[in-house]
Design a protein around this ligand. Structure first.
Ligand SMILES: O=P(O)(O)OC[C@H]1O[C@](O)(COP(=O)(O)O)[C@@H](O)[C@@H]1O
Ligand SMILES: [Mg+2]
Ligand SMILES: [Mg+2]
Length: 291
């Protein structure tokens, strides 16, 4: 490797570290914002979903913190139409508050992020790191980077490693499928019927928490294509790709029904995708079932 390439790789790694630390430092403010902004904002995001005041505040907090990092060139999020740009080399894409419909019943919610070498919309193979935060009984964070996955406990804006080798367990036990049985295609319904006899249901309405169930117990999470909505619900750039990067780094698989979510070329920043994540064999079976 040439010296200049070596230097730029080191700089990129330094920026990734600063982004992760910046997110960690912002989480106490996001937790406060969630408590203080439980109402609707009377606006919709670029995907057409109603925005809570907390969605907007979390987005603003992360944008301010992360665009302040020298190496960060752009900030994109589920809650804003355009990519916001400044000087720098790397690109951050976020779902600032995932599972925000869980705010009213005070259930699990989180934050999802990806750090890319190219400006979004871009393919997931350009991810350098990805992770999520869960604002649960404790605040925890999972980060995938350099081929490995680690879990941290966050307290007062600091992180403490609790597991430096998170892997999807070989013997899966749980599943969670969104969308509702009556909206599923016949092919997906047939797959779900098999799975429900093999695994137990864990579906909480926040992807962060449902994916963490898969990392903890093994299994399969899906928000599938629906009869009325073949594109599914979840966003490729902000939810699908980062979670695919995490699951694949932890030894599992991701799919849009045909190929890894990391290989899907987005046409637009806010495009949606059917999404299937979990143990290899469960995703292999899904792909052959819905073929
Ligand atoms: O309410 P539904 O249809 O089960 O949808 C739940 C899914 O929608 C989401 O809440 C969408 O994310 P946002 O809250 O970021 O819009 C996912 O976290 C979750 O998996
Ligand atoms: Mg989300
Ligand atoms: Mg969101």
């Amino acid at each position: 490797m040439s010296k200049s390439l070596d230097t730029s790789t080191t700089e990129a790694e330094q920026t990734v570290t600063e982004v992760i630390d910046g997110i960690v430092e912002t989480t106490p403010d996001v937790r406060r914002a969630v408590a203080d902004h439980r109402g609707q904002s009377n606006s919709v995001n670029p995907s057409g979903d109603d925005q809570l005041a907390a969605d907007l505040r979390a987005d603003e907090l992360f944008e301010q913190r992360l665009l302040g990092i020298d190496g960060v060139a752009t900030y994109a999020s589920e809650e804003r139409a355009e990519v916001k740009a400044t000087d720098g080399r790397l690109h951050v894409a976020m779902d600032p508050l995932d599972g925000s419909s869980n705010l009213e019943p005070n259930s699990g919610m989180g934050t999802i992020f990806g750090v890319y070498s190219e400006r979004p919309p871009t393919v997931g193979t350009n991810l350098l790191a990805a992770g999520f935060v869960i604002y649960g009984p404790i605040t925890s964070m999972v980060v995938a980077r350099k081929g490995g996955v680690s879990e941290y406990i966050l307290e007062d804006g600091d992180k403490r490693m609790v597991d430096d080798d998170v892997t999807v367990p070989d013997d899966p036990t749980v599943f969670g499928f969104g969308g509702g049985i009556d909206s599923w295609t016949d092919e997906f319904a047939a797959y779900a019927e098999e799975i429900r006899h093999e695994l137990k249901l864990r579906y909480g309405g926040a992807m962060v928490a449902d994916i963490n169930q898969i990392l903890t117990y093994g299994g399969v999470f899906s928000y599938p294509e629906l009869e009325s909505r073949p594109e599914g619900k979840l966003r490729l750039q902000f939810e699908g790709q980062p979670m695919a990067y995490i699951l694949e780094s932890a030894g599992g698989r991701s799919s849009n029904g045909e190929q890894s979510l990391l290989e899907v070329e987005p046409d637009e920043l806010h495009e949606r995708t059917p999404l299937y994540l979990g143990n290899d064999d469960l995703i292999d079976r899904l792909e052959s079932n819905i073929d």
